[in-house]
Design a protein around this ligand. Structure first.
Ligand code: ZN
Length: 491
């Protein structure tokens, strides 16, 4: 029997169940990590890890789910929007570089905080750890000592896989020198009983660094393998840039087995996310969708569905513009509860502004009474629709009821047949009619007059919305007051 839901009612995709089935018995430590060197957009990685963690929890395993923020990593390049003079901090830990906008305690926190906030909003059961704190509290002390003792083997693995000769004085450990940089020192000696290395800095001065107190870090490729052991990782997803030949997982896998004597954690390779009309998401190119913006147009579970796709091993292209209403309708219909089509919500939201009561009334009259009962949920749905219309909707889908004057101006483009049609419809509509009844009147009146339905409905949308098309007309018109309809149909 296969599990389809956890105790919290979260549904678990089939691919995640397969991954969980391939992992050994628990307890499990699921790790995902990102460097906060710029806007953090890589929600797909975290969501892959979350789905697998949930699949493991659903089968009864104990799971620790860790987001490893690489806050001790050195600043390497200038992210889009960061002042050029931040070059002076190249080589300094992100946790020790000032916030470019001055609102957080560090550069790392500036980019980590909004991401952490989004994870909270998604109610993710995840533990966010900062790597500089792990180094400072001694979590990495044992693996650093081991790495330094096995410098030659680690260097050998790097050389074999990269095909490049490493410098003679290469060390897996990068002490932080007096300048604050992690990049300028040459390690001379290891004093394991004191967790210390002696090094010579950029200017030729000799000094010592205590690696049990965060006075330096492991180089990235070594750190990956060492981290698995230090955290006890049993599963970590990777993007294809890491898993390609010569990539960081190839070196880390060998280092884990041959040096750290630690089994390589289970893995899942996920593909890129492309944004329609822009290309692959990339923080260095500034092509990003920030989780907090996406949560402004859809609920957390819709965002999970969107980011993961059917299987995250496949690339997807996100369409947040014309294709978004269809995505939202699919998401709502999968939930199996009654829902309002998204374009209808957009029209209601743009018509009533912030007035949830008025929106509820419109929806009730239009035949969506069940959905209008939960006003908190309705208020959220209206906010999603309004934000989408403002930020993403193509002009043709920015739908709201025209005021009477604008409707009169729009009606100038209609011919006599269309005007006569609207007047006849207006006389036939009654306040007691529901959406389906209105839809019948719209259709049968067109047929009765020998007017093609397409031209008839174009007339309706023109005087109501100023567009050639819109949401299903019957329920929308039923949602309006009789006065609103008469004023716009008396052309
Ligand atoms: Zn800030």
């Amino acid at each position: 029997m296969s599990e389809t839901g956890s105790s919290t009612g979260i549904s678990i995709p089939a691919w995640a169940e397969r991954v969980a089935a391939s992992l050994g018995p628990g307890p499990h430590v699921v790790v995902t990590g990102i460097s906060p060197s710029g806007n953090i957009h890589n929600l797909r990685e975290v969501l892959v890890a979350e789905a697998v963690a949930n699949a493991l929890r659903a089968r009864g395993d104990e799971v620790r789910f860790i987001f490893h923020a690489d806050t001790i990593d050195p600043l390497r390049k200038i992210a889009p929007g960061i002042p050029e003079h931040f070059e002076e901090y190249f080589g300094h830990s992100l946790s020790r570089v000032p916030d470019p906008e001055g609102c957080h305690e560090s550069y790392a926190e500036h980019f980590l905080a909004p991401f952490e906030e989004a994870l909270r909003e998604m109610e993710m059961d995840i533990e966010v750890v900062r790597s500089h704190e792990l180094y400072e509290t001694g979590v990495y002390t044992g693996v650093i000592g081991e790495a330094i003792e096995h410098t030659d083997e680690l260097r050998g693995i790097l050389q074999e896989i990269s095909g490049r000769k490493m410098p003679e004085h290469w060390s897996p450990f990068l002490p932080r020198t007096a300048s604050g940089r992690l990049t300028g020192a040459r390690v001379l000696e290891h004093v394991p009983e004191e967790n210390r290395v002696v090094y010579v800095d950029e200017d030729g001065w000799e000094d010592a660094a205590d690696y049990s107190r965060g006075e330096g870090k492991l180089g990235w490729r070594v750190e990956l393998a060492a981290r698995w052991k230090a955290l006890g990782a049993t599963f970590e997803p990777f993007g294809k840039d890491h898993t390609s030949r010569g990539g960081s997982t190839e070196t880390a896998d060998r280092m884990a087995r041959e040096v750290f004597d630690y089994p390589v954690p289970g893995r899942y390779e996920y593909e890129w996310i492309y944004i329609k009309g822009q290309g692959a998401m990339s923080s260095s190119k500034g092509i990003v969708l920030l989780p907090k913006d996406l949560l402004g147009i859809m609920p957390p579970d819709a965002l999970r569905k969107m980011m993961l796709g059917r299987d995250p091993a496949r690339a997807i292209e996100l369409d947040l513009e014309a294709g978004f209403p269809r995505f939202m309708d699919e998401y709502r219909s999968e939930a199996g509860k009654p829902f309002v089509p998204f374009t209808h919500l957009v029209t209601v939201a743009q018509t009533v502004g912030d007035y949830v009561n008025t929106a509820a009334e419109m929806l009730r009259r239009g035949g969506y009474g069940e959905v209008a009962e939960d006003e908190d949920k309705l208020a959220r749905d209206l906010r999603y629709a309004r934000n989408w219309a403002a930020e993403w909707a193509p002009e043709s889908m920015r739908l709201g009821l025209l005021d009477v004057e604008a409707s009169g101006e729009a009606a100038a483009g209609l011919d006599d047949e269309q005007r006569a049609y609207l007047r006849e419809v207006s006389e036939k509509l009654g306040p007691e009619m529901d959406g389906e009844a209105v839809q019948d009147v719209l259709y049968s009146t067109a047929i009765g007059r020998g007017l093609k339905p397409k031209r008839a409905f174009a007339a309706v949308y023109t005087v109501l919305l100023g567009k050639k098309s819109g949401p299903k007309a019957g329920p929308f018109i039923a949602g309006l007051t009789p006065g609103q309809v008469t004023q716009r149909f008396s052309v």
